[in-house]
Design a protein around this ligand. Structure first.
Ligand code: GLU
Length: 260
């Protein structure tokens, strides 16, 4: 089977060194395997994503010396595909309608919100929505293990309803969630290996449940270490973290990476 990888920036801001390292690794692995690389702009977050960020990301990638074979594709132009897959999840009873407001979700959450992860949903609407207005479709997460072998991080094990709860796949107001769109695209684009940052390890567990529900084979996963500064702060979280665009426009040389 031919290796197929992807670069999947979210054009809601400028790329920085952390992104550069992940994309460099994705490119490196794809070329090592004589694969094909797909560029996909994950521009579903309407108000935050902007065409100028998508354009800057493409210029950054070229400046880094990273080329691609297919795309760019734009998730914002693929809504009917996500809709079809939502329908499949609805027909199979994999998802249920939830009428909870943000406040209600917070009040009923099962565990305190840990870091950046979304809280574990308390299950208020599992047996039927409480109000008329549907605010989300949630995946019904089973109380069981989800395990996978990460090509970089080794064996991974997460437990449904302990490590993550019923997550949102669709909001009538906003469309598909990242979790749904990424699985549909990786499956339809026949991606064989997903290379991305370690911050998405737990999301991989969620996505594996969606693959099962949709009956698609899951790709292999390679989660890169995150780039931190000398104090261990993630670059993505630092307000002053330098945009590649800034380095580029200053006439600096593109950064060089090695496999650490
Ligand atoms: N678009 C996501 C991001 O920029 C990456 C998602 C993925 O690689 O699955 O964080």
């Amino acid at each position: 089977m031919q290796y197929r990888g992807r670069l999947a920036p979210t054009p809601s801001g400028f790329l920085h060194l952390g992104h550069a390292q992940t994309f460099w690794m994705a490119h490196q692995r794809c070329r090592e395997h004589q694969g094909r690389l797909i560029l996909r702009q994950e521009d579903l977050d309407g108000p935050r994503c902007r065409p100028e960020f998508a354009l800057a990301a493409e210029e950054d990638l070229r400046w880094l010396g990273l080329d691609w074979d297919e795309g760019p594709f734009y998730q914002s132009q693929r809504l009917p595909l996500y809709q079809e897959h939502l329908q499949h999840l609805q027909d199979g009873g994999w998802v249920y309608p939830c009428s909870c407001s943000r406040k209600e979700v917070q009040e009923a959450q099962r565990a305190p919100n840990l870091g950046e992860e979304e809280p574990i949903y308390g299950g208020t609407c599992r047996n039927g929505p409480q109000h008329e207005e549907i605010r989300a479709w949630r995946f019904r997460v089973p109380e069981r293990e989800v395990t996978f072998q990460d090509l970089r991080q080794g064996p991974q094990r997460f437990v449904g309803q302990q490590d993550f709860g019923d997550f949102v796949v669709w909001r009538p107001q906003a469309g598909p969630s990242y979790q749904l769109a990424v699985v549909v695209d990786d499956a339809l684009m026949s991606i064989t290996e997903v290379v991305r940052g370690c911050d998405l390890l737990l999301s991989t567990a969620r996505q594996l449940l969606i693959y099962e529900a949709l009956g698609y084979p899951a790709p292999a996963f390679y989660h890169c270490p995150l780039v931190t500064d000398e104090n261990g702060v993630r670059l993505a979280k630092r307000h002053d973290s330098l945009a590649l665009k800034t380095l580029r426009e200053r006439g600096e040389n593109p950064p060089r990476f090695t496999e650490r």
